[in-house]
Write a protein that binds this ligand. Structure first.
Ligand SMILES: [Zn+2]
Length: 109
């Protein structure tokens, strides 16, 4: 079972207390965007076997959204952080770099 520490209220929450919100760090396209950009925003998602960044809501707790970095293959959670960020904090990047040599952050646009 997945367990995340909610960065908003500090509670260690099982996945039964949480609601998944899909991929994190999407670049949003709105009015004036090309059809291809808007289509990509709506439908194109990463589906990696390995490191993934996701949105979660502490639905049966504080109710707030947060972001999590985890491994979809091993279910290892690297960390959670507030949803109001455009990329993971350096502490999570350091963990990922140590665990997966050669891994590096990329802009998800
Ligand atoms: Zn919470």
């Amino acid at each position: 079972m997945l367990t995340f520490k909610c960065p908003c209220c500090g509670v260690q929450a099982d996945e039964t207390e949480l609601t998944p919100g899909g991929e994190a760090h999407l670049k949003r396209f709105g009015p004036g965007a090309s059809d291809a950009d808007f289509e990509g925003y709506l439908f194109m998602r990463e589906n990696p076997k390995g490191v993934h960044f996701e949105r979660w809501r502490h639905a049966f707790g504080c109710g707030k959204w947060f972001l999590a970095a985890r491994n979809t293959n091993t279910m290892e959670v690297y960390g959670t952080y507030p949803a109001q960020t455009t990329e993971p904090p350096q502490s999570i990047k350091d963990v990922l770099t140590a665990r997966h040599p050669g891994w590096q952050w990329r802009d998800f646009s």
